[in-house]
Write a protein that binds this ligand. Structure first.
Ligand code: ZN
Length: 182
């Protein structure tokens, strides 16, 4: 018989196929975006318990408004599978996908979408509208939300608070003053 201590240790072993583990991998991608001064959103796509795509938002870096984490991850996953049909793949993303990404998710036929924080203004997976479960479209994805939602929301809020602060400081310096002349 195992002692209570041993039992506790057993339970703390990370389940590598759990939603929590996969979302923590998406959070790593979001942190990479943050370090690149991009809105910190990350995504991974999983097939049979294996991550086949990892991406983070690269809108500023690529100067491409469509370079959302989900879009980049979908392209990688289609390439990894050698097929545009991703019926047996799950997509983990740190924030609720927008209408563009939700549209792409339906086109690629992703089986399940797991996201962190809800976007009640622009989210297209139930937050604002629900494009993933439209009965009139030819594919519907299962949806799970709230996995590491608070962590994801906090990272995004920190990013925007810092961006506002930077803008304020730049405005204070004035347009004619180069920071190098002080
Ligand atoms: Zn998007």
């Amino acid at each position: 018989m195992s002692s209570p201590e041993e039992h506790e240790e057993e339970e703390s072993i990370i389940d590598l196929s759990s939603d929590l583990f996969m979302m923590s991998q998406a959070m790593r991608q979001a942190q990479n975006a943050y370090l690149d001064e991009e809105v910190p959103i990350g995504a991974v796509i999983v097939f049979e318990g294996r991550i086949i795509a990892r991406a983070h938002n690269q809108v500023e870096t690529l100067k491409d408004a469509t370079a959302h984490a989900e879009m980049l991850a979908l392209t990688q996953a289609q390439s990894a599978m050698g097929d545009w049909r991703l019926n047996d793949c799950d997509l983990y993303v740190t924030k609720e996908p927008c209408p563009m990404c939700a549209g792409a998710i339906v086109h690629c036929r992703i089986k399940r979408v797991i996201f962190g924080c809800i976007d009640d203004k622009g989210g297209a997976c139930g937050g604002f509208i629900n494009l993933l479960q439209q009965p009139t479209l030819n594919h519907q994805s299962e949806v799970t939300h709230g996995v590491l939602g608070d962590e994801s929301k906090m990272l995004i809020q920190t990013f925007f608070a810092e961006a506002r602060e930077k803008k304020k400081r730049a405005a204070k310096r004035g347009p004619d003053q180069s920071p190098y002349l002080n």
